[in-house]
Design a protein around this ligand. Structure first.
Ligand code: HEC
Length: 174
């Protein structure tokens, strides 16, 4: 008898719990915030002289690719790249290695495709071009609505010049 009461109590409990979760999950506040804050996907055209073989620009691109922010970084960033913003807060970099492997990456993630030998495999063969890579970094949603990749230009995380530096690094022969 006791057992039956316990079991029906447990059953009742699970029904009540299921009811609560329905209330909590609708509406989903974080989904609403995400939608409100993120502007729609946007198509961008590379600015003039975007892709360069300039060693400083490529070094800046590499630095942003491999590091998280100016507060966490060891050593000084290359010429033309700050460690802090005007408000003295650490500058945010790309931390692209969290998802992508590339030459000399330390502890690279594999959520995104491996970008090692990108020049030889994708540029020299004509599979990809500079504009594709630039757009992908600026706003990847244009050709993949459900992308897991970070949105960088539409969110103003980076400016055009910085995306050009990162693109120049990825497409450069290594
Ligand atoms: C949270 C994981 C994540 C982060 C962080 C990330 N990416 Fe990606 N990236 C992806 C995924 C997943 C794809 C493939 C799907 C797609 O194209 O949307 C991708 C695709 C790409 C491609 C296209 C490769 C090709 O030829 O198809 C490039 C280039 C790229 N990312 C560069 C970058 C750069 C540069 C950064 C840093 C500013 C970065 N990614 C940060 C996940 C990420």
């Amino acid at each position: 008898m006791k057992k039956t009461i316990m079991m029906s109590l447990a059953l009742l409990g699970s029904l009540v719990a299921a009811d609560y979760s329905a209330v909590i999950e609708s509406p989903n506040a974080s989904k609403l915030i995400e939608k409100d804050l993120l502007a729609p996907a946007k198509v961008y055209t590379m600015p003039k002289g975007c892709i360069t073989t300039d060693a400083d620009a490529i070094a800046r691109g590499a630095f942003m690719f491999h590091n998280l922010n100016g507060g966490k970084v060891k050593g000084n960033p290359p010429k033309g790249l700050a460690k802090k913003n005007a408000d003295d807060k650490p500058k945010q970099y790309g931390n692209c290695v969290a998802c992508h492997n590339i030459e000399d990456a330390e502890g690279a993630g594999n959520i995104g495709p491996d970008l090692t030998s990108y020049n030889a495999m994708f540029m020299a063969t004509g599979v990809r071009d500079n504009q594709f890579v630039y757009q992908k970094i600026a706003d990847a949603r244009v050709d993949n609505v459900n992308t897991h990749m970070t949105i960088n230009l539409t969110t103003k995380l980076f400016n055009e010049r910085e995306i050009c530096d990162i693109t120049s690094y990825i497409v450069s022969p290594k």
